[in-house]
Design a protein around this ligand. Structure first.
Ligand SMILES: [Zn+2]
Ligand SMILES: [Zn+2]
Length: 242
């Protein structure tokens, strides 16, 4: 077995997120990630996976692995990264999530546009339901839905007040089957005891990509390997948050 270091930014929004910059096209994201010497990124738009496939396609000829993911907002206003082993699983999850997203129309003047694009960044259509809303799914239902699809669930930015599991609930329910928590600061003392931690940029514009990263020791840049790394299995582990 051979492990090596992989630099990962597991929380990157695309232009589909209304709060993200329109420069966050698939091509721009993957080029920037490679320029930042990242090996792995995860696409994590708010409550949608509809731009993930094109980001993966844009990276096809690059030394970059793109994980299919989404940043879900539960009924309790808790943000959770959900990462999946294939884009097909993400798209099935996306269809499920969409049914549980309130039927509220986006007002682009207030919240920003929500373009579904091709890999060059050309707009194919606009998502009309407002994506930055809470699903009518509880935290437990979201976590279970991710686990049922063999995904990884990571509560996002737990050291922030807004939209975090600790900010909203005050604690992490100990029975929740979560792989790790995401922190935005570098102080591991903000990590609740017993949980592995990752950090990521939560990039909404290009210059933010890779500004926070998690270094993993893994055999290969796959979701399965990341999962094993988070459990420190067989020499795999998180080596550094930077
Ligand atoms: Zn968030
Ligand atoms: Zn985010």
């Amino acid at each position: 077995m051979m492990v090596r270091v992989y630099a990962a930014d597991l929380h990157v929004h695309t232009c589909l997120s209304p709060c993200a910059d329109e420069e966050m096209s698939p091509k721009n994201i993957v080029r920037t990630a490679v320029g930042q010497m990242l090996d792995i990124i995860a696409v994590a738009d708010h409550n949608s996976g509809k731009n993930a496939r094109v980001v993966m396609e844009a990276a096809a000829d690059l030394p970059l692995t793109v994980i299919a993911g989404m940043e879900v907002q539960s009924r309790e206003e808790v943000h959770l990264l959900s990462l999946f082993g294939s884009v097909e699983i993400l798209e099935e999850w996306d269809a499920f999530v969409y049914q549980h997203l309130p039927d509220v129309r986006n007002d682009p003047d207030v919240f920003g546009y929500q373009p579904i694009v091709d890999k060059e960044g050309y707009v194919l259509r606009f998502e009309e339901k407002l994506l930055i809303n809470s699903l009518d799914l509880s935290l437990e239902e979201v976590v279970k839905g991710i686990a049922d699809r063999d995904g990884i669930c990571i509560p996002a930015h737990v050291d922030r007040e807004a939209f975090s599991i600790i900010g909203q609930l005050g604690y992490i329910p100990p029975e929740l089957p979560i792989a790790a928590v995401e922190i935005m600061g570098r102080q591991r003392d903000t990590v609740p005891e017993g949980y592995e931690a990752v950090t990521a940029s939560d990039a909404h514009f290009l210059r933010a990509i890779g500004t926070k990263r998690t270094l993993f020791l893994l055999e290969a840049p796959t979701l399965e390997e990341i999962h094993r790394g988070l459990r420190s299995e067989g020499g795999r582990r998180v080596t550094e948050l930077s």
